[in-house]
Design a protein around this ligand. Structure first.
Ligand code: NDP
Length: 457
Protein backbone atom coordinates (compact mmCIF):
# COMPACT_ATOMS: atom_id res chain seq x y z
CA UNK A 1 0.00 0.00 0.00
CA UNK A 2 2.77 2.38 0.93
CA UNK A 3 4.65 1.47 -2.22
CA UNK A 4 1.54 2.08 -4.31
CA UNK A 5 1.05 5.52 -2.81
CA UNK A 6 4.67 6.28 -3.35
CA UNK A 7 4.56 5.30 -7.02
CA UNK A 8 1.33 7.28 -7.46
CA UNK A 9 3.09 10.28 -6.06
CA UNK A 10 5.99 9.73 -8.42
CA UNK A 11 3.62 9.51 -11.38
CA UNK A 12 1.83 12.66 -10.25
CA UNK A 13 5.14 14.45 -9.78
CA UNK A 14 6.42 13.35 -13.19
CA UNK A 15 3.30 14.57 -15.00
CA UNK A 16 3.29 17.80 -12.99
CA UNK A 17 6.92 18.49 -13.93
CA UNK A 18 6.17 17.67 -17.56
CA UNK A 19 3.33 20.21 -17.53
CA UNK A 20 5.65 22.88 -16.11
CA UNK A 21 8.20 22.13 -18.82
CA UNK A 22 5.56 22.11 -21.58
CA UNK A 23 4.36 25.54 -20.45
CA UNK A 24 7.92 26.88 -20.65
CA UNK A 25 8.30 25.45 -24.17
CA UNK A 26 5.04 27.07 -25.26
CA UNK A 27 5.65 30.41 -23.62
CA UNK A 28 9.27 30.76 -24.82
CA UNK A 29 9.31 28.55 -27.92
CA UNK A 30 12.73 29.43 -29.32
CA UNK A 31 14.70 29.71 -26.09
CA UNK A 32 16.63 26.44 -26.29
CA UNK A 33 19.28 27.31 -23.68
CA UNK A 34 16.56 28.36 -21.24
CA UNK A 35 14.67 25.09 -21.89
CA UNK A 36 17.89 23.15 -21.18
CA UNK A 37 18.45 24.95 -17.87
CA UNK A 38 14.83 24.47 -16.74
CA UNK A 39 14.85 20.78 -17.70
CA UNK A 40 18.05 20.18 -15.78
CA UNK A 41 16.56 21.68 -12.60
CA UNK A 42 13.22 19.87 -12.96
CA UNK A 43 14.94 16.50 -13.47
CA UNK A 44 17.14 17.09 -10.43
CA UNK A 45 14.40 18.02 -8.00
CA UNK A 46 11.91 15.30 -9.02
CA UNK A 47 12.91 12.85 -6.24
CA UNK A 48 12.63 15.61 -3.65
CA UNK A 49 9.23 16.87 -4.88
CA UNK A 50 7.73 13.38 -4.53
CA UNK A 51 8.46 13.63 -0.81
CA UNK A 52 7.41 17.29 -0.43
CA UNK A 53 4.15 17.72 -2.34
CA UNK A 54 3.67 21.06 -0.63
CA UNK A 55 5.92 22.59 -3.30
CA UNK A 56 3.47 21.31 -5.91
CA UNK A 57 0.35 22.48 -4.03
CA UNK A 58 1.72 26.00 -3.62
CA UNK A 59 2.54 26.34 -7.33
CA UNK A 60 6.05 27.47 -6.57
CA UNK A 61 7.56 26.01 -9.75
CA UNK A 62 5.08 27.80 -12.00
CA UNK A 63 6.35 31.02 -10.46
CA UNK A 64 10.03 30.09 -10.37
CA UNK A 65 10.35 29.43 -14.12
CA UNK A 66 8.92 32.83 -15.05
CA UNK A 67 11.25 35.83 -14.55
CA UNK A 68 9.88 38.64 -12.40
CA UNK A 69 10.64 40.96 -15.32
CA UNK A 70 12.86 41.35 -18.36
CA UNK A 71 13.93 44.79 -19.54
CA UNK A 72 15.14 45.23 -23.14
CA UNK A 73 16.37 48.48 -24.56
CA UNK A 74 18.07 50.17 -27.51
CA UNK A 75 21.79 50.92 -27.13
CA UNK A 76 22.95 53.37 -29.84
CA UNK A 77 26.65 54.25 -29.99
CA UNK A 78 29.16 55.96 -32.28
CA UNK A 79 32.25 54.22 -33.65
CA UNK A 80 35.56 56.04 -34.15
CA UNK A 81 34.59 56.99 -37.72
CA UNK A 82 31.37 58.65 -36.54
CA UNK A 83 29.05 55.85 -37.74
CA UNK A 84 25.98 55.02 -35.67
CA UNK A 85 25.51 51.43 -34.44
CA UNK A 86 22.58 50.01 -32.51
CA UNK A 87 22.69 47.01 -30.17
CA UNK A 88 20.05 45.47 -27.96
CA UNK A 89 20.52 45.70 -24.19
CA UNK A 90 18.96 43.29 -21.68
CA UNK A 91 18.46 42.88 -17.95
CA UNK A 92 16.46 39.98 -16.62
CA UNK A 93 15.47 40.37 -12.96
CA UNK A 94 14.68 36.76 -12.37
CA UNK A 95 13.94 36.25 -8.70
CA UNK A 96 14.23 38.46 -5.61
CA UNK A 97 12.77 36.12 -2.96
CA UNK A 98 15.95 35.94 -0.87
CA UNK A 99 17.64 39.26 -1.68
CA UNK A 100 18.17 41.99 -4.28
CA UNK A 101 18.71 40.86 -7.87
CA UNK A 102 22.33 39.92 -8.49
CA UNK A 103 24.10 38.69 -11.61
CA UNK A 104 26.67 39.74 -14.20
CA UNK A 105 26.53 41.50 -17.56
CA UNK A 106 27.63 39.75 -20.74
CA UNK A 107 28.71 41.58 -23.91
CA UNK A 108 28.81 39.02 -26.72
CA UNK A 109 27.12 38.78 -30.14
CA UNK A 110 25.29 35.60 -29.06
CA UNK A 111 23.34 37.40 -26.30
CA UNK A 112 19.56 37.09 -26.69
CA UNK A 113 16.57 36.49 -24.42
CA UNK A 114 17.26 32.74 -24.24
CA UNK A 115 20.83 33.24 -23.04
CA UNK A 116 19.61 35.86 -20.55
CA UNK A 117 16.84 33.65 -19.19
CA UNK A 118 19.05 30.58 -18.83
CA UNK A 119 21.70 32.61 -17.04
CA UNK A 120 19.20 34.44 -14.81
CA UNK A 121 17.42 31.22 -13.90
CA UNK A 122 20.60 29.28 -13.00
CA UNK A 123 21.95 32.35 -11.19
CA UNK A 124 18.89 32.26 -8.91
CA UNK A 125 19.71 28.70 -7.79
CA UNK A 126 23.44 29.38 -7.54
CA UNK A 127 23.00 32.52 -5.44
CA UNK A 128 20.72 30.65 -3.04
CA UNK A 129 23.33 27.91 -2.72
CA UNK A 130 25.96 30.41 -1.53
CA UNK A 131 23.86 30.95 1.61
CA UNK A 132 23.97 34.73 1.05
CA UNK A 133 21.06 37.15 0.69
CA UNK A 134 21.13 37.61 -3.08
CA UNK A 135 18.44 37.03 -5.67
CA UNK A 136 19.05 36.07 -9.31
CA UNK A 137 19.54 38.28 -12.38
CA UNK A 138 21.59 38.58 -15.55
CA UNK A 139 22.09 41.20 -18.22
CA UNK A 140 24.12 42.21 -21.22
CA UNK A 141 23.98 43.12 -24.87
CA UNK A 142 24.56 41.55 -28.29
CA UNK A 143 27.60 43.81 -28.64
CA UNK A 144 30.94 42.33 -29.75
CA UNK A 145 33.81 44.00 -27.88
CA UNK A 146 36.40 42.21 -30.05
CA UNK A 147 38.41 44.61 -32.18
CA UNK A 148 36.79 47.73 -30.69
CA UNK A 149 38.94 50.65 -29.57
CA UNK A 150 39.02 51.76 -25.95
CA UNK A 151 36.93 54.83 -26.83
CA UNK A 152 34.33 52.71 -28.63
CA UNK A 153 34.05 50.45 -25.57
CA UNK A 154 33.64 53.51 -23.36
CA UNK A 155 30.92 55.04 -25.54
CA UNK A 156 29.08 51.73 -25.69
CA UNK A 157 29.22 51.26 -21.89
CA UNK A 158 28.00 54.82 -21.32
CA UNK A 159 25.07 54.41 -23.69
CA UNK A 160 24.17 51.03 -22.17
CA UNK A 161 24.22 52.42 -18.63
CA UNK A 162 22.33 55.61 -19.57
CA UNK A 163 19.29 53.30 -19.83
CA UNK A 164 20.09 50.52 -17.34
CA UNK A 165 20.77 53.07 -14.56
CA UNK A 166 17.01 53.53 -14.13
CA UNK A 167 16.47 49.89 -13.18
CA UNK A 168 19.32 49.07 -10.75
CA UNK A 169 20.43 50.16 -7.27
CA UNK A 170 22.42 48.93 -4.26
CA UNK A 171 19.29 47.45 -2.62
CA UNK A 172 17.50 46.65 -5.85
CA UNK A 173 19.72 45.07 -8.51
CA UNK A 174 23.51 44.81 -8.50
CA UNK A 175 25.26 43.87 -11.77
CA UNK A 176 28.85 42.60 -12.15
CA UNK A 177 31.03 41.28 -15.00
CA UNK A 178 30.75 38.19 -17.20
CA UNK A 179 31.96 37.35 -20.73
CA UNK A 180 33.24 40.54 -22.38
CA UNK A 181 32.77 42.63 -19.24
CA UNK A 182 35.87 43.01 -17.07
CA UNK A 183 37.38 45.69 -14.83
CA UNK A 184 37.64 48.28 -17.62
CA UNK A 185 33.98 47.95 -18.65
CA UNK A 186 32.79 47.95 -15.03
CA UNK A 187 34.72 51.20 -14.46
CA UNK A 188 32.98 52.89 -17.42
CA UNK A 189 29.56 51.50 -16.43
CA UNK A 190 29.92 52.57 -12.81
CA UNK A 191 31.15 56.04 -13.86
CA UNK A 192 28.08 56.53 -16.05
CA UNK A 193 25.76 55.32 -13.25
CA UNK A 194 27.25 58.00 -10.97
CA UNK A 195 26.63 60.70 -13.61
CA UNK A 196 22.99 59.67 -13.98
CA UNK A 197 22.26 59.47 -10.24
CA UNK A 198 24.71 62.11 -8.98
CA UNK A 199 25.75 60.13 -5.92
CA UNK A 200 28.49 57.67 -4.97
CA UNK A 201 26.52 54.47 -4.51
CA UNK A 202 29.37 51.94 -4.32
CA UNK A 203 27.13 48.94 -3.66
CA UNK A 204 25.33 49.21 -7.00
CA UNK A 205 28.08 47.30 -8.82
CA UNK A 206 30.52 44.56 -7.89
CA UNK A 207 33.85 43.79 -9.51
CA UNK A 208 34.81 47.48 -9.22
CA UNK A 209 38.42 48.62 -9.06
CA UNK A 210 39.73 48.37 -5.49
CA UNK A 211 40.40 52.13 -5.48
CA UNK A 212 36.68 52.89 -5.79
CA UNK A 213 34.96 50.32 -3.61
CA UNK A 214 35.96 47.01 -5.20
CA UNK A 215 36.87 44.00 -3.10
CA UNK A 216 40.29 42.43 -3.01
CA UNK A 217 40.04 38.95 -4.45
CA UNK A 218 36.95 39.50 -6.63
CA UNK A 219 38.94 39.22 -9.87
CA UNK A 220 40.35 35.86 -8.80
CA UNK A 221 37.24 34.59 -7.02
CA UNK A 222 35.48 32.49 -9.68
CA UNK A 223 38.60 30.66 -10.87
CA UNK A 224 40.03 30.22 -7.37
CA UNK A 225 36.62 29.14 -6.09
CA UNK A 226 36.35 26.46 -8.78
CA UNK A 227 39.70 25.01 -7.69
CA UNK A 228 38.70 25.15 -4.00
CA UNK A 229 35.60 23.19 -4.98
CA UNK A 230 37.69 20.65 -6.93
CA UNK A 231 39.93 20.33 -3.87
CA UNK A 232 36.88 19.24 -1.84
CA UNK A 233 35.89 16.74 -4.55
CA UNK A 234 39.41 15.28 -4.48
CA UNK A 235 39.45 15.18 -0.70
CA UNK A 236 36.33 13.01 -0.83
CA UNK A 237 38.34 10.60 -3.03
CA UNK A 238 41.28 10.75 -0.58
CA UNK A 239 43.34 12.66 -3.14
CA UNK A 240 44.75 16.13 -3.89
CA UNK A 241 45.67 18.35 -6.85
CA UNK A 242 49.34 17.54 -6.50
CA UNK A 243 50.79 16.23 -9.82
CA UNK A 244 47.36 16.06 -11.46
CA UNK A 245 47.20 16.80 -15.18
CA UNK A 246 44.58 19.50 -15.80
CA UNK A 247 43.05 21.05 -18.91
CA UNK A 248 41.11 24.30 -18.80
CA UNK A 249 39.09 25.70 -21.69
CA UNK A 250 39.02 29.44 -22.37
CA UNK A 251 41.66 31.96 -21.37
CA UNK A 252 39.52 34.69 -19.83
CA UNK A 253 38.89 35.73 -16.26
CA UNK A 254 37.65 32.39 -14.91
CA UNK A 255 40.21 30.26 -16.80
CA UNK A 256 43.28 32.33 -15.91
CA UNK A 257 42.64 32.27 -12.17
CA UNK A 258 41.62 28.62 -12.18
CA UNK A 259 44.95 27.87 -13.88
CA UNK A 260 46.79 30.05 -11.35
CA UNK A 261 45.33 28.33 -8.28
CA UNK A 262 45.65 24.83 -9.78
CA UNK A 263 49.36 25.43 -10.44
CA UNK A 264 49.79 26.84 -6.93
CA UNK A 265 48.29 23.64 -5.49
CA UNK A 266 50.73 21.44 -7.44
CA UNK A 267 48.83 20.57 -10.61
CA UNK A 268 50.30 20.48 -14.11
CA UNK A 269 47.96 22.53 -16.32
CA UNK A 270 48.78 21.53 -19.90
CA UNK A 271 46.17 23.21 -22.11
CA UNK A 272 43.84 26.19 -22.50
CA UNK A 273 42.01 27.81 -25.42
CA UNK A 274 40.19 30.75 -26.90
CA UNK A 275 37.36 30.68 -29.42
CA UNK A 276 39.84 30.08 -32.29
CA UNK A 277 41.85 27.13 -30.96
CA UNK A 278 43.85 25.66 -28.11
CA UNK A 279 47.45 25.45 -26.94
CA UNK A 280 49.02 22.32 -25.48
CA UNK A 281 52.26 22.51 -23.52
CA UNK A 282 52.94 19.09 -22.05
CA UNK A 283 55.42 20.38 -19.48
CA UNK A 284 52.89 22.84 -18.11
CA UNK A 285 51.54 26.19 -19.34
CA UNK A 286 53.59 29.30 -18.59
CA UNK A 287 50.93 31.45 -16.93
CA UNK A 288 52.77 34.81 -17.08
CA UNK A 289 52.76 34.57 -20.89
CA UNK A 290 49.02 33.83 -20.97
CA UNK A 291 48.30 36.71 -18.57
CA UNK A 292 50.34 39.12 -20.67
CA UNK A 293 48.66 38.03 -23.91
CA UNK A 294 45.12 37.99 -22.57
CA UNK A 295 45.00 40.56 -19.77
CA UNK A 296 47.45 43.19 -21.09
CA UNK A 297 47.61 42.84 -24.86
CA UNK A 298 44.22 41.44 -26.00
CA UNK A 299 46.02 38.89 -28.23
CA UNK A 300 44.93 35.50 -29.57
CA UNK A 301 46.07 32.38 -27.69
CA UNK A 302 48.07 31.14 -30.74
CA UNK A 303 50.60 33.91 -29.97
CA UNK A 304 51.74 31.77 -27.02
CA UNK A 305 53.93 29.86 -29.49
CA UNK A 306 56.06 32.93 -30.20
CA UNK A 307 57.54 32.67 -26.69
CA UNK A 308 57.09 28.90 -26.30
CA UNK A 309 57.85 27.16 -29.61
CA UNK A 310 57.87 23.80 -27.81
CA UNK A 311 54.07 24.10 -27.34
CA UNK A 312 51.47 23.01 -29.90
CA UNK A 313 48.61 25.15 -31.26
CA UNK A 314 45.54 23.45 -32.73
CA UNK A 315 42.77 25.34 -34.51
CA UNK A 316 39.24 24.57 -33.29
CA UNK A 317 38.70 25.00 -29.57
CA UNK A 318 36.43 21.96 -29.00
CA UNK A 319 39.24 19.51 -29.77
CA UNK A 320 40.89 20.40 -26.47
CA UNK A 321 38.86 17.61 -24.78
CA UNK A 322 40.82 14.98 -26.70
CA UNK A 323 43.90 15.67 -24.55
CA UNK A 324 44.44 13.04 -21.83
CA UNK A 325 44.01 14.51 -18.33
CA UNK A 326 42.94 13.73 -14.76
CA UNK A 327 40.83 16.86 -14.35
CA UNK A 328 38.89 18.81 -17.00
CA UNK A 329 37.62 22.31 -16.29
CA UNK A 330 35.33 23.83 -18.95
CA UNK A 331 35.62 27.57 -18.19
CA UNK A 332 34.66 29.27 -21.47
CA UNK A 333 31.00 29.18 -22.47
CA UNK A 334 27.71 27.23 -22.60
CA UNK A 335 27.52 23.83 -24.34
CA UNK A 336 31.22 23.73 -25.17
CA UNK A 337 31.58 20.12 -23.98
CA UNK A 338 29.24 17.61 -25.67
CA UNK A 339 28.71 13.87 -25.46
CA UNK A 340 31.52 13.10 -27.91
CA UNK A 341 33.96 15.20 -25.87
CA UNK A 342 32.77 13.48 -22.69
CA UNK A 343 33.42 10.06 -24.28
CA UNK A 344 36.94 11.15 -25.20
CA UNK A 345 37.66 12.40 -21.70
CA UNK A 346 36.32 9.19 -20.13
CA UNK A 347 38.31 6.99 -22.54
CA UNK A 348 41.41 8.94 -21.55
CA UNK A 349 40.79 8.35 -17.83
CA UNK A 350 39.42 11.67 -16.54
CA UNK A 351 38.37 11.42 -12.87
CA UNK A 352 36.98 14.91 -12.19
CA UNK A 353 35.08 17.42 -14.34
CA UNK A 354 34.05 20.74 -12.79
CA UNK A 355 32.21 23.57 -14.54
CA UNK A 356 33.94 26.95 -14.23
CA UNK A 357 31.66 28.35 -16.95
CA UNK A 358 27.84 28.40 -16.87
CA UNK A 359 26.24 25.27 -18.37
CA UNK A 360 29.37 24.35 -20.40
CA UNK A 361 28.44 20.65 -20.53
CA UNK A 362 25.45 19.40 -22.48
CA UNK A 363 22.93 17.26 -20.58
CA UNK A 364 24.08 14.20 -22.57
CA UNK A 365 27.68 14.81 -21.48
CA UNK A 366 26.64 15.19 -17.83
CA UNK A 367 24.60 11.98 -17.95
CA UNK A 368 27.61 10.14 -19.32
CA UNK A 369 29.93 11.47 -16.60
CA UNK A 370 27.44 10.46 -13.90
CA UNK A 371 26.87 7.01 -15.45
CA UNK A 372 30.58 6.29 -15.71
CA UNK A 373 31.38 7.37 -12.17
CA UNK A 374 33.29 10.55 -13.07
CA UNK A 375 33.09 12.98 -10.17
CA UNK A 376 31.13 15.95 -11.61
CA UNK A 377 30.96 19.49 -10.15
CA UNK A 378 28.06 21.48 -11.67
CA UNK A 379 28.31 25.20 -12.42
CA UNK A 380 25.78 26.35 -9.83
CA UNK A 381 28.13 24.99 -7.15
CA UNK A 382 31.62 24.96 -8.72
CA UNK A 383 31.67 28.51 -10.07
CA UNK A 384 29.67 30.16 -7.26
CA UNK A 385 32.84 31.70 -5.80
CA UNK A 386 32.56 34.75 -8.03
CA UNK A 387 29.11 35.79 -6.94
CA UNK A 388 29.92 34.81 -3.34
CA UNK A 389 32.79 37.32 -3.26
CA UNK A 390 30.54 39.84 -5.00
CA UNK A 391 28.21 39.52 -2.01
CA UNK A 392 31.24 40.10 0.25
CA UNK A 393 31.99 43.23 -1.80
CA UNK A 394 28.41 44.42 -1.18
CA UNK A 395 28.87 43.80 2.56
CA UNK A 396 32.09 45.83 2.60
CA UNK A 397 30.41 48.66 0.67
CA UNK A 398 27.48 48.77 3.11
CA UNK A 399 29.77 48.83 6.15
CA UNK A 400 32.25 51.19 4.41
CA UNK A 401 35.17 48.91 5.20
CA UNK A 402 37.77 47.10 3.09
CA UNK A 403 38.98 43.61 3.92
CA UNK A 404 42.42 42.33 2.92
CA UNK A 405 42.97 39.81 0.12
CA UNK A 406 43.77 37.14 2.73
CA UNK A 407 40.55 37.79 4.66
CA UNK A 408 38.42 37.54 1.52
CA UNK A 409 40.27 34.44 0.33
CA UNK A 410 39.72 32.70 3.67
CA UNK A 411 36.00 33.46 3.46
CA UNK A 412 35.87 32.19 -0.12
CA UNK A 413 37.49 28.89 0.86
CA UNK A 414 34.98 28.46 3.66
CA UNK A 415 32.02 29.27 1.39
CA UNK A 416 33.15 26.78 -1.29
CA UNK A 417 33.56 24.07 1.33
CA UNK A 418 30.08 24.78 2.70
CA UNK A 419 28.56 24.72 -0.79
CA UNK A 420 30.20 21.35 -1.40
CA UNK A 421 29.01 19.92 1.91
CA UNK A 422 25.45 21.25 1.52
CA UNK A 423 25.21 19.85 -2.01
CA UNK A 424 26.51 16.44 -0.90
CA UNK A 425 24.11 16.39 2.07
CA UNK A 426 21.07 17.31 -0.06
CA UNK A 427 21.94 14.53 -2.52
CA UNK A 428 22.31 12.01 0.30
CA UNK A 429 18.97 13.06 1.84
CA UNK A 430 17.22 11.85 -1.31
CA UNK A 431 19.30 8.68 -1.90
CA UNK A 432 21.35 10.31 -4.63
CA UNK A 433 24.71 9.97 -2.88
CA UNK A 434 27.56 11.75 -4.63
CA UNK A 435 25.32 13.33 -7.30
CA UNK A 436 26.34 16.98 -6.93
CA UNK A 437 24.08 18.09 -9.80
CA UNK A 438 21.00 16.90 -7.94
CA UNK A 439 22.36 18.03 -4.57
CA UNK A 440 23.19 21.57 -5.68
CA UNK A 441 19.87 21.99 -7.48
CA UNK A 442 17.85 20.63 -4.56
CA UNK A 443 19.64 22.72 -1.92
CA UNK A 444 19.41 25.93 -3.99
CA UNK A 445 15.81 25.30 -5.03
CA UNK A 446 14.60 24.62 -1.48
CA UNK A 447 15.96 27.88 -0.16
CA UNK A 448 14.34 29.99 -2.90
CA UNK A 449 11.08 27.98 -2.85
CA UNK A 450 10.72 28.21 0.94
CA UNK A 451 11.22 32.00 0.79
CA UNK A 452 8.65 32.34 -2.01
CA UNK A 453 6.09 30.26 -0.16
CA UNK A 454 6.71 32.14 3.12
CA UNK A 455 6.26 35.50 1.38
CA UNK A 456 3.30 34.43 -0.74
CA UNK A 457 4.99 35.70 -3.92
P1 NDP B 1 35.84 36.16 -20.40
O1 NDP B 1 35.21 37.02 -21.44
O2 NDP B 1 36.84 36.75 -19.48
O3 NDP B 1 36.52 34.90 -21.10
C1 NDP B 1 35.84 34.00 -21.90
C2 NDP B 1 36.87 33.09 -22.53
O4 NDP B 1 36.24 32.00 -23.17
C3 NDP B 1 37.71 33.77 -23.59
O5 NDP B 1 39.00 33.26 -23.56
C4 NDP B 1 36.99 33.37 -24.88
O6 NDP B 1 37.79 33.41 -26.03
C5 NDP B 1 36.69 31.96 -24.54
N1 NDP B 1 35.66 31.37 -25.36
C6 NDP B 1 34.47 31.87 -25.73
N2 NDP B 1 33.82 30.98 -26.47
C7 NDP B 1 34.62 29.89 -26.53
C8 NDP B 1 34.52 28.63 -27.13
N3 NDP B 1 33.43 28.28 -27.83
N4 NDP B 1 35.54 27.74 -26.94
C9 NDP B 1 36.64 28.08 -26.27
N5 NDP B 1 36.80 29.27 -25.69
C10 NDP B 1 35.81 30.15 -25.84
O7 NDP B 1 34.64 35.51 -19.59
P2 NDP B 1 34.65 34.90 -18.12
O8 NDP B 1 35.92 34.18 -17.88
O9 NDP B 1 34.23 35.95 -17.18
O10 NDP B 1 33.43 33.87 -18.22
C11 NDP B 1 33.60 32.55 -18.71
C12 NDP B 1 32.44 31.71 -18.26
O11 NDP B 1 32.36 31.69 -16.82
C13 NDP B 1 31.05 32.17 -18.72
O12 NDP B 1 30.22 31.03 -18.90
C14 NDP B 1 30.54 32.96 -17.54
O13 NDP B 1 29.13 33.06 -17.51
C15 NDP B 1 31.06 32.11 -16.39
N6 NDP B 1 31.18 32.78 -15.11
C16 NDP B 1 31.92 33.91 -14.97
C17 NDP B 1 32.03 34.52 -13.73
C18 NDP B 1 32.92 35.70 -13.51
O14 NDP B 1 33.08 36.09 -12.34
N7 NDP B 1 33.50 36.29 -14.52
C19 NDP B 1 31.28 34.01 -12.56
C20 NDP B 1 30.62 32.75 -12.79
C21 NDP B 1 30.55 32.19 -14.03
P3 NDP B 1 37.65 34.64 -27.10
O15 NDP B 1 38.49 35.71 -26.50
O16 NDP B 1 38.21 34.08 -28.36
O17 NDP B 1 36.21 34.98 -27.19
Amino acid sequence: MVIKNHSNLQTTTASYLQSIYTDVLQRSPHEVEFHQAVKSLLDSIAPMLSQHPNYIKTGVLERLVEPERMITFRVPWLDDQGNVHVNRGFRVQFNSAIGPYKGGLRFHPSVNSSIMNFLGFTQTIKNALTGQAIGGAKGGADFDPKGKSDLEIMRFCQSYMAELAHYIGADLDIPAGDIGVGAREIGYLFGQYRRVHRQFEAGVFTGKGVDFGGSHGRTEATGYGTIYFVRQMLKQLGDSLNHKTVIVSGSGNVSIFAIEKAIELGANVVACSDSDGYIYDKNGLHLPTIKRLKLDEDQRICEYLTDHPEAIYVEGCDRIWGIPCDIALPCATQNELDEYAAEQLIDNGVTIVAEGANMPCTQEAINLFLDKGVSFGPAQAANAGGVAVSALEMAQNSARVAWSFEQVDQMLQKIMKTIYENSMRAAKDYDLDGNLVAGANIAGFKRVADAMVAQGI
